[in-house]
Design a protein. Structure first.
Length: 202
């Protein structure tokens, strides 16, 4: 049975799950309902509405919590880390669990020793031009599944009001005393793209 986390909570991922080596991280979200006028309700009203294209990404950080190289950013334009320990399965794929919009496979045993943290984020593609923000999204979540037996280990449902936010830091996996832990973050930023967001870690 999955452990449901609240914002800010941290939990052991490998210590309490003997033998776990590979996990699937599923991220999901739904657009808000349309109002009677046929437009998405949210921060921006009126005008033509585009579909909302949310993209999940992973930042592989070193011990200084910095991105060493561009190749350590895993996103729709770079689906696999060079070491193959982090693999993004692609845009908007539905996995084994109901509701996953995008999935990322993490081979914990093969994450390079110089990588100390994996940051999972979701941003809205072309959000400025389309005038979209996370006020137009509901039911956002991140979950961690044991790949060997399909057991859902962790689930974190984001419940804050993210109106005006265009990038979400959903969760983090990080090394601690030789084990991996997971933190439920749920923080929103105003960065308009993954390119802008990663500047925080340069």
């Amino acid at each position: 049975m999955a452990i449901n986390l609240q914002k800010g909570q941290k939990i052991d991922l490998t210590k309490g799950n003997a033998g776990i080596s590979k996990v699937m991280v599923g991220l999901g979200w739904d657009p808000v309902e349309r109002n009677q006028g046929g437009l998405l309700s949210g921060l921006f009203g009126g005008g033509r509405q585009h579909s909302i294209d949310c993209d999940a990404s992973v930042l592989m950080l070193n011990s200084n919590e910095k991105i060493g190289e561009k190749k350590d950013i895993i996103y729709f334009g770079n689906l696999k880390s060079e070491c193959r320990s982090v693999v993004h399965t692609g845009d908007n794929l539905t996995g084994d669990g109901d509701g996953d919009d995008e999935q990322i496979i993490v081979d914990l045993n093969n994450v390079p020793s110089n990588i100390h943290k994996l940051v999972f984020i979701v941003n809205i593609y072309d959000c400025v031009k389309r005038k979209q923000d996370f006020g137009l999204i509901k039911n956002a979540f991140i979950r961690v599944v044991n790949s060997s037996n399909r057991q859902e280990l962790i689930r974190y449902n984001l419940t804050d009001d993210y109106v005006g936010r265009t990038t979400l830091v959903v969760g983090e996996m990080y090394r601690h005393n030789g084990e991996w832990k997971f933190a439920a973050v749920g923080e929103g930023t105003n960065d308009p793209s993954i390119r802008e967001f990663v500047k925080r870690y340069k």
